[in-house]
Design a protein around this ligand. Structure first.
Ligand code: OOG
Ligand code: MG
Length: 259
């Protein structure tokens, strides 16, 4: 529908021009529903694919109680990560490419076999996962002050902006819920969490994703690299920051923030 296309254009322009905009529910469409938010997101995804960008994988967001509380929403969501969003481990994030970026520590999954819901369980996800790896996700809501409702953030591709993946791949285990992660900036601990922060177990996030996608007759695909959602809160970034995510048994991932 034209309205969803127009809203997707509004959000992509905000991203490209690096400026924050009013949330959709403020004025453009106050009664936007979550389902309509996904229709807008779908328009954004199609637009980026048409521009020649490739999908790295879907990503989950708002999968912890802490994040749901921080953002004042009450349900996990998904969005899509594209190839142009990748920053190499140890690389640089340029603030001039961003609006008001925040970082969060996450555990990512490399999917080895298609996972088709409904009814997917943690055990099935673990059996179909090739590797897990540590990640730092950089989110950059296109909305003023990172303020939004659930439909708004869904429309905005779940604030997805950049990601740094760690370089060591580990086999997934049932004990991923006990893996601790520490998010530090300039040597100072900003937040920490464990895998269990994410819906009890990070594999549960992938199971929920597969089950959500099943409603649209879509699935988690072999080769997808999927962020399962922050195990820490999101921390605002500043020029000169050296950001590190250290995970028990999964290794370290880091990047620096430049102007
Ligand atoms: C939405 C994206 C949340 C996560 O890991 O929870 C997210 C936001 O907080 O802006 O990526
Ligand atoms: Mg995230």
């Amino acid at each position: 529908m034209k309205l969803y296309k127009d809203i997707s254009q509004y959000l992509v322009s905000a991203e490209v021009e690096k400026r924050e905009v009013e949330k959709i529910t403020a004025d453009l469409k106050p009664d936007l529903t979550v389902e309509e938010g996904y229709l807008v997101q779908e328009e954004i995804v199609q637009r980026k694919l048409a521009e020649g960008h490739r999908i790295v994988g879907p990503k989950m967001g708002l999968t912890s109680q802490a994040k749901m509380k921080q953002m004042n929403v009450n349900n996990p969501i998904y969005g899509y990560l594209f190839d142009y969003m990748l920053i190499e481990n140890g690389g640089k994030l340029s603030l001039s490419d961003m609006i008001h970026p925040k970082v969060e520590a996450e555990i990512a999954f490399v999917i080895g076999e298609d996972i088709e819901g409904p009814g997917i369980t943690v055990a099935q996800v673990l059996a179909k996962t090739d590797y897990v790896l540590p990640a730092l996700e950089i989110i950059d809501s296109r909305y003023k002050n990172f303020e939004f409702t659930l439909p708004d953030v869904v429309a905005d591709n779940a604030s997805t902006s950049r990601v740094v993946f760690g370089t060591s791949l580990k086999k997934p285990s049932l004990e991923l819920d006990l893996v601790g992660g520490v998010l530090s900036i300039n040597g100072e601990i900003k937040d920490l969490g464990t895998g269990a922060t994410v819906l009890g177990h990070p594999a549960n996030s992938i199971a929920m994703l597969a089950n959500m996608l099943a409603k649209k007759e879509e699935k988690v695909k072999k080769g997808d690299i999927i962020l399962t959602g922050g195990i820490t809160g999101a921390v605002l970034l500043n020029q000169g920051d050296i950001v590190s995510g250290k995970f028990d048994g999964l290794g370290e991932v880091f990047f620096t923030v430049t102007n």
